[in-house]
Design a protein around this ligand. Structure first.
Ligand code: ZN
Length: 157
């Protein structure tokens, strides 16, 4: 019987081989943010179409390692159709998950974790194992940091 790690590996490979929401959107009206992870050479472009406070459409472009690209695919599937505040909460919950080990160094923020306890990460849980490989954490969080820049731009108009 396959273990949880095998299931997680399958989810990551599936998103890497069949990336969701791949492509570009016309800018404007869409917003675009670019992220780069020099440690690994990963590049991510996030195109966001925000209408009435909802992430109506999202497209991902770029290239890099399997962790960075599958994380971007999972991110796009997780936030598409959500309101901007909901998308920001998923972003915060994902980053909290990825900084579990770092949190021990600078003190766990219990209150923040409680606020995010009801956020359903679903497939994103598959990336939890990456925290065991600190050098890869930036690969996994690149798309999310780029999403945050894109949401900031969309908020600014
Ligand atoms: Zn990488």
């Amino acid at each position: 019987m396959p273990g949880l790690e095998d299931l997680y590996r399958e989810i990551i490979l599936d998103h890497y081989r069949s990336p969701r929401n791949r492509g570009e959107l016309a800018v404007p009206p869409a917003h675009v943010a670019e992220g780069f992870n020099p440690l690994c050479g990963d590049e991510i472009k996030v195109f966001l179409d925000v209408h009435d406070g909802v992430v109506a459409d999202i497209r991902i472009a770029g290239q890099g390692c399997s962790i960075s690209q599958s994380s971007a695919s999972m991110m796009s599937a997780a936030v598409k159709g959500k309101t901007v505040p909901e998308a920001r909460r998923v972003l915060a919950a994902f980053k909290a998950m990825m900084s579990v080990h770092e949190a021990g160094l600078d003190g766990a923020e219990g209150a923040a974790d409680d606020d995010l306890a009801d956020v359903k990460l679903g497939d994103l849980e598959a990336l939890r194992g990456v925290v065991k490989f600190p050098v890869r954490i930036k690969c996994a969080t690149l798309a999310w940091n780029t999403l945050g820049q894109g949401l900031d731009e969309a908020d600014a108009g």
